[in-house]
Design a protein around this ligand. Structure first.
Ligand code: DGL
Length: 285
């Protein structure tokens, strides 16, 4: 059995393209439809009920397009709304929190993981719970970094100002040198993290400045490739994979600025995806 219908992916903005990129790499025969709610991003600073409402409106758009599975490529929606979405739609829906949490719990050697994410994701403690489910002996330090999503949505991924904003954002999870040269830890001194989990799909776009800020001793993990693996397994188990001779089609929709969306998509996917045409959908509200 094979199923040529597309996979739907959703994010509040461009961040979920980091997951789309891994899905396309991992499952090259699959067609995709991506919807970014850029017109209403960021979600992560909104109240939970608004995140739920906007997410439902966007998944209604995707499900109207006859997708065979949906990837919620947004940590905020996954953390706040996944059970509501699974209740509402018949298609299988996977989120990004559990795959990322599993990857981080397996990566840490010192059993000490830092998580950066949006305020809504941190408030939900979804990552704390998911990492503890995987290994209860891992200490989890969660920290909200709301200043990073607006940078990515504005297409600001490099430069001195970005480096400084990232450095400030992650500093509370790291030790720093005091004037006398001693290490000062905002966290308990035995809590030095060796793994930083990027709990927001926008953050992998800032991975270079993040790596520079945390230094070599800290592994930087994101959910994208782990989520693509979970999706591959879901398609295999349910016999939903595309036919062997499938010619994949990738469509992208945004509720926001098409030109900016197209520029970010082109930067991420390069010439290979130059034919991808973002399409505007009317504001779902
Ligand atoms: N990409 C989204 C996430 O993973 C959040 C960005 C936003 O705040 O809208 O949480």
């Amino acid at each position: 059995m094979a199923d040529a219908r597309p996979i739907g992916l959703f994010d509040s903005g461009v961040g979920g393209l980091t997951v789309l990129r891994e899905v396309v790499r991992r499952l090259p025969r699959e067609s995709t439809i991506y919807l970014g709610d850029n017109g209403r991003a960021p979600y992560g600073t909104r109240p939970d009920d608004e995140v739920r409402r906007f997410s439902v409106e966007c998944l209604d758009e995707l499900s109207r397009r006859d997708v065979k599975a949906i990837v919620v490529a947004c940590n905020t929606t996954t953390s706040v709304a996944l059970p509501d979405l699974r209740r509402r739609y018949d298609v299988p829906i996977i989120g990004v929190v559990r795959p990322g949490a599993t990857a981080a719990a397996l990566a840490t050697r010192t059993r000490s993981v830092g998580v950066i994410a949006t305020p809504a994701t941190i408030r939900s403690h979804a990552y704390f719970q998911a990492i503890k489910d995987e290994n209860p002996f891992v200490e989890v330090y969660e920290h909200a970094t709301p200043e990073l999503v607006p940078l990515v949505e504005a297409g600001l991924l490099h430069g001195a100002d970005v480096d400084e904003a990232v450095r400030r954002a992650v500093a509370p999870l790291l030790g720093s040198r005091a004037a006398d040269g001693e290490w000062v830890f905002p966290l308990p001194s035995d809590a030095r993290i060796d793994t930083l989990l990027l709990g927001c799909t926008h953050y992998p776009l800032l991975v270079d400045p993040i790596r520079a800020a945390v230094g070599e001793g800290v592994a930087v993990i994101d959910s994208a490739s782990a989520t693509a693996s979970v999706l591959a397994e879901l398609l295999a188990v349910n016999e939903l994979g595309a036919p062997a001779d499938a010619q994949p089609v990738h469509l992208q929709y945004t509720t926001g600025d098409v030109a900016r969306f197209r520029a970010t998509a082109a930067a991420l996917f390069g010439a290979e995806f130059a034919t991808v045409e973002p399409v505007v959908v009317p504001e779902a509200a």
